[in-house]
Design a protein around this ligand. Structure first.
Ligand SMILES: Nc1nc2c(ncn2[C@@H]2O[C@H](COP(=O)(O)OP(=O)(O)OP(=O)(O)O)[C@@H](O)[C@H]2O)c(=O)[nH]1
Length: 183
């Protein structure tokens, strides 16, 4: 079977760890210094359940509630990793804004997303509980994970789960389409 091409965007407020999650996943390393991203695309090939995936990860420039999101964040993107950091209530507000923007732009069709609370290692600085993150993900009917790019906790899971969510939604939409043709 040829590899499936998948393009996934990471979005969220500045400094929540989008680059760190990506670099930990692709290069197995954590960089402590902070270097704001303009935009970067990373490649990785992986196999999940016997299927090869050729993955492009778009590490976006951090957003805030005033950001006008460029068209390129909506064209040819198969799924979104929406990141906040558990030590920043502000970053959770921003990710809700980003989610609404994505739905608007995609015309409220089913959009594959996963919500990720990064920096779970910062136990003493936590502002957002696990339950709070989970509740938002439930209201969006999407998967939720807390992760730590620093400690390499749940980083693989984030990307496996978004790929599986893309598959699930594609198959679902495919079934709906074929049932339309039949009826
Ligand atoms: N403690 C801790 N620090 C982290 C973690 N992930 C990232 N950081 C730190 O947070 C800072 C910002 O990380 P980045 O990965 O650059 O964040 P970003 O979301 O890509 O930032 P922008 O490019 O501005 O959008 C850096 O100093 C990282 O070392 C984590 O899981 N735990």
């Amino acid at each position: 079977m040829p590899p499936k091409q998948r393009r996934i965007a990471l979005m969220g407020y500045r400094s929540v760890g989008k680059s760190s999650l990506t670099i930990q996943y692709v290069e197995n390393q954590f960089v402590d210094s902070y270097d704001p991203t303009i935009e970067n695309t990373f490649q990785k090939t992986i196999k999940i359940r016997g299927q090869d995936y050729s993955l492009q990860l778009v590490d976006t420039a951090g957003q805030d509630e005033y950001s006008v999101l460029p068209q390129s964040y909506f064209m040819n993107i198969d799924g979104y990793v929406l990141v906040y950091s558990v030590n920043s209530a502000k970053s959770l507000d921003v990710i809700k804004y980003v989610y609404d923007k994505i739905l608007d732009m995609k015309g409220n069709t089913q959009v594959p997303v996963i919500l990720v609370g990064n920096k779970s290692d910062l136990r003493m600085e936590r502002e957002i509980s696990v339950e709070e993150g989970k509740k938002i993900a439930d209201s969006w009917k999407c998967p939720f994970l807390e992760a730590s790019a620093k400690e390499n906790q749940s980083v693989q899971d984030v990307f496996t789960q978004i790929l599986m969510t893309v598959e699930r939604i594609e198959n679902h939409v495919g079934q709906e389409k074929s049932s339309c043709i039949l009826s």
